[in-house]
Design a protein around this ligand. Structure first.
Ligand SMILES: Cc1ncc(COP(=O)(O)O)c(C=O)c1O
Length: 375
């Protein structure tokens, strides 16, 4: 069985490949405007620390559909939430109202899966409230940054997370409008980070042996439970502290051809989009984005008729690991509008990353059709 989706596996060969270019060169940003952090959250913390005085004198506006782990970074800032509709767009009428409040100090916009068109919001906000800080969460859009220059033009700060797209143990970034706006001191004594890197490398090596089917079934199952634990230990060590990216991640990014990776993802994305447009799998899933195409984090779909978890488990049993962005916990329910609640019960991400080719994706769609037939 081929394994599709799930965490990236680090393989040492990448360190023997040629240097393609520094991160800032590959994403087309000057070195002075870029700050490399440990994670997306670490990047958001850095921004919030620098703008804390201004933001804490008022409040920040955020979409009611988001990665809930991130909310803790904003703990000591007052927040209000704007509804997100079925297509993961902001409700414009609500936005107009919120912009009338003089205590509004910042707007946090999310580029969902790297497929949102945020430009109209940025322009609208800046035209009505040039004083308001616009922070773009482009954590899921790292490769969109690589393919399009001047994305989010007019935004004050952009945050992203290369670690979501590459086999690296950590890595986030902050792009500022002005030079030298953000800076992190080097921390050579961070043992936690070394531990985190060890977890990641070991998990990757084990996962790699598993997916290559190098062992008998029993050993393979043991390997799987070991690497799942290790990935979980690695994940748990991320926090909201402001810290720089590790030298290992930096080295891997420099040797990764980001443009080629982005193009491969884009091709896969278009292929799945065309296939679904022609009615493939339409009885069970429908795409959330029909127009905007990009080297997305995943291909996000809605699963009809309360079948999301059952389809997800079925696909898992066939070796396809499809993430859910994002499950909601009970305590967040009061913050969400109806549309966001529905979305979080129906959404599923189909893996389209650079490890797979069109044959793999075709088999994934076949499996989804098989699931439908089995009902
Ligand atoms: C939209 C969004 N923002 C921020 C984050 C946090 O990024 P990181 O996990 O690199 O801290 C995530 C994480 O999944 C995310 O999906």
């Amino acid at each position: 069985m081929k394994y599709i989706g799930g965490s990236f596996e680090f393989t040492p060969e990448i360190l023997a490949s040629n240097i393609i270019g520094e991160v800032n060169e590959q994403i087309g940003v000057s070195e002075e405007k870029l700050c490399l952090t440990k994670s997306g959250r670490s990047g958001i913390s850095l921004v919030l620390k620098s703008c804390h005085k201004n933001l804490s004198e008022g409040w920040i506006l955020m979409p009611d559909y988001q990665c809930w782990d991130v909310l803790t970074v904003f703990d000591d800032i007052k927040k209000k939430y704007i509804s997100v509709n079925d297509k993961l767009e902001l409700e414009m009428s609500e936005l107009k109202e919120f912009l009338l409040d003089k205590y509004l100090r910042g707007v946090f916009l999310i580029d969902y899966f790297g497929l949102s068109d945020l430009q109209p919001y940025i322009e609208f906000i800046k035209s009505r409230r040039p004083d308001v800080l616009i922070i773009v969460d482009a954590v899921q859009a790292f490769l969109s940054l690589v393919l399009s220059v001047n994305r989010y033009s007019g935004a004050d700060v952009i945050i992203s997370s290369p670690r979501k797209f590459l086999p690296i143990p950590d890595g986030g970034l902050v792009i500022s409008r002005n030079e030298h706006s953000f800076f992190i001191k080097k921390n050579n004594k961070n043992h936690n980070l070394n531990k985190q890197i060890s977890y990641y490398i070991t998990a990757g090596v084990l996962r790699n042996s598993k997916i290559k089917n190098l062992f008998d079934e029993e050993t393979s199952n043991v390997l799987e439970s070991l690497y799942l634990d290790l990935f979980e230990n690695h994940r748990k060590l991320f926090d909201n502290k402001v810290e720089p990216i590790s030298p290992l991640s930096l080295e891997i990014i420099k040797r990764s051809d980001l443009r080629a990776i982005a193009k491969k993802r884009l091709k896969s994305f278009k292929w799945v989009s065309d296939s679904l447009k022609h009615g493939n799998c339409s009885k069970i899933i429908s795409p959330i984005y029909t127009e905007k195409l990009g080297p997305g984090l995943v291909f996000p779909v809605r699963v009809h008729s309360h079948q999301r978890d059952s389809l997800r488990n079925y696909l898992k049993s066939k070796g396809y690991f499809c993430p859910v962005h994002w499950p909601i916990q009970e305590k967040q329910l009061p913050l969400l509008g109806e549309s966001s609640k529905r979305l979080s019960k129906e959404i599923l991400g189909l893996p389209i990353d650079q490890r797979y080719d069109l044959k793999d994706l075709s088999k994934l769609l076949d499996e989804i059709n098989m699931y439908k037939k089995g009902r």
